[in-house]
Design a protein around this ligand. Structure first.
Ligand SMILES: [Cu+2]
Length: 354
C-alpha cells in the first residue's frame, strides 16, 4: 500500500509565512452562487503571502510495477491569498495549496481511497470530480464536503490516460478559475516510453475586476467569467511563473528526451499549447495514453477539462518558450513558461550565424 499525504508540505510552507492564520469567516450550507464574494476583504498590505505555483518537477516518478496496488491519498482543499504577480494578490482556491493541484499517479487496475479534507479555515464547500473515475459526477457527490470536514471515496482506475480532477460544486467554474484543479495520470499496463525528465503544468484563466498588472488585491469578476473575458491566463497559477524573472525556468540538457504533462483547468478557454523552438515529437492528444501518440505536432489543442502529454527531443541548446499560441494570452495575460536547454552547440542542426 502506498500512502500519500499531499497537504503537509504546503501546510509547512503556509505556516512558515503565517498565512494559515488568515481568519476567513465561515458560512454554512447551502452557499448561493458567489455568495461568499461578500466575505472577501482586501488584505492588509503587510500580510505575509504564500505562493501557489506548483513546482513542475515535484511529481511522482514513472511507475515500474507490473501489478496493481492500493493507494490512500488525501487532498486538502485550501483557500489562500497569494500573488498573481509581484504586488498583485488574489484569493485562490487550491488542492494542497498549489496550482495545479498535486499530480497523482497510479497504474491501470490500481485501487484508490481518495479523501478530500476541507480545512476548517475555509469558507466554501468543495469536492472532486476525477475524470478517471466511473461514478456519479466522477465522485463529486461522494466528496462534497463542508469546511472542517472530510469525505472519502473508493475507486478503481479502470482505464488509462492523463485526466483532470477538479472541484465540482454548483459554482465550479468559479472554483476552477480560482485554481481548483489538477491531474491524475493512470499509466497504461506496460507504462510509457522512457523520458529523461518530466514536467507538470496547469493552465487556467482568472477573471478579476481590476485590470492586468494592477497592484493590490484583485477581486473575482463573475460577470467577466460568464463573458469568457479573463484578465489573466496562467501556467501554474501566476504570471510567467516559470521564467527566470520569477521562480525560474525549467532545466534540461542537450540530448535528453523530456515529457510535459499539461492539464487545462479552463474553466472556459481552449489552449493552443506550443513549444516555441521545438515540436512535440510524440503527443498524446487529450491525454489518451492508450492511443498511439501523434508525431511532430507543432501546436496541440487542449480543451478545458482535458490534458495533454507531449515529448520533446533536445538536439540543440536553446530556450524553449511554452505558450498558448492564442498569443495575446501569452503577451498580455501572463501565459508563459520556459525550459532552458544547456549543452554543446550542434551546428549541423542549428547555427545562429550562417
Ligand atoms: Cu471548490
Amino acid at each position: 500500500m502506498e500512502r500519500i499525504d499531499i497537504g503537509r508540505r504546503a501546510l509547512v510552507r503556509l505556516l512558515a509565512t503565517g498565512a494559515a492564520t488568515m481568519g476567513i469567516m465561515k458560512v454554512g450550507w447551502p452557499l448561493s452562487l458567489y455568495a461568499a464574494q461578500a466575505a472577501e476583504k482586501t488584505p492588509a498590505p503587510d500580510r505575509p503571502l504564500a505562493g501557489v505555483v506548483a513546482n513542475p518537477i515535484d511529481i511522482p516518478p514513472p511507475i515500474k510495477r507490473d501489478h496493481p496496488i492500493h493507494h490512500e491519498i488525501t487532498l486538502e482543499a485550501r483557500e489562500v491569498i497569494a500573488e498573481l504577480e509581484p504586488g498583485a494578490t488574489f484569493r485562490y482556491m487550491t488542492f494542497g495549496g498549489q496550482v495545479p493541484g498535486p499530480m497523482l499517479r497510479v497504474r491501470e487496475g490500481d485501487t484508490v481511497k481518495l479523501t478530500l479534507k476541507n480545512l476548517p479555515g475555509n469558507i466554501y464547500i468543495h469536492s472532486t470530480d476525477t475524470h478517471a473515475v466511473y461514478g456519479t459526477g466522477g465522485g463529486a457527490v461522494a466528496t462534497t464536503v463542508l469546511p472542517g470536514q472530510s469525505k472519502t471515496e473508493f475507486f478503481k482506475a479502470m482505464y488509462p490516460g492523463a485526466f483532470i480532477y477538479h472541484c465540482a460544486v454548483p459554482d465550479m467554474d468559479f472554483h476552477i478559475s480560482s485554481g481548483m484543479y489538477g491531474m491524475i495520470v493512470v499509466e497504461p499496463v506496460g507504462g510509457l516510453p522512457k523520458a529523461d525528465r518530466e514536467f507538470y503544468l496547469g493552465q487556467n484563466e482568472v477573471y478579476t475586476v481590476e485590470p492586468f498588472g494592477a497592484k493590490g488585491f484583485h477581486k473575482f469578476d463573475s460577470k467577466a467569467m460568464v463573458r469568457e473575458q479573463p484578465t489573466y491566463v496562467l501556467f501554474n497559477g501566476a504570471v510567467n511563473a516559470l521564467t527566470p524573472g520569477r521562480l525560474g525556468a525549467m532545466q534540461a540538457k542537450v540530448g535528453e528526451t523530456i515529457r510535459v504533462f499539461m492539464v487545462n483547468g479552463g474553466p472556459n478557454l481552449t489552449s493552443s499549447f506550443h513549444p516555441i523552438g521545438n515540436v512535440w515529437v510524440r503527443g498524446w492528444q487529450q491525454g489518451a495514453l492508450a492511443s498511439e501518440p501523434t508525431r511532430y505536432v507543432q501546436t496541440s489543442t487542449v480543451a478545458p477539462g482535458s490534458a495533454f502529454v507531449g515529448d520533446m527531443e533536445l538536439p540543440v541548446p536553446e530556450t524553449i518558450k511554452l505558450v498558448d499560441h492564442a498569443l495575446s494570452r501569452t503577451i498580455s495575460q501572463g501565459c508563459l513558461a520556459e525550459i532552458h536547454v544547456t549543452g554543446a552547440e550542434n551546428p549541423e542542426v542549428f547555427k545562429a550565424k550562417a
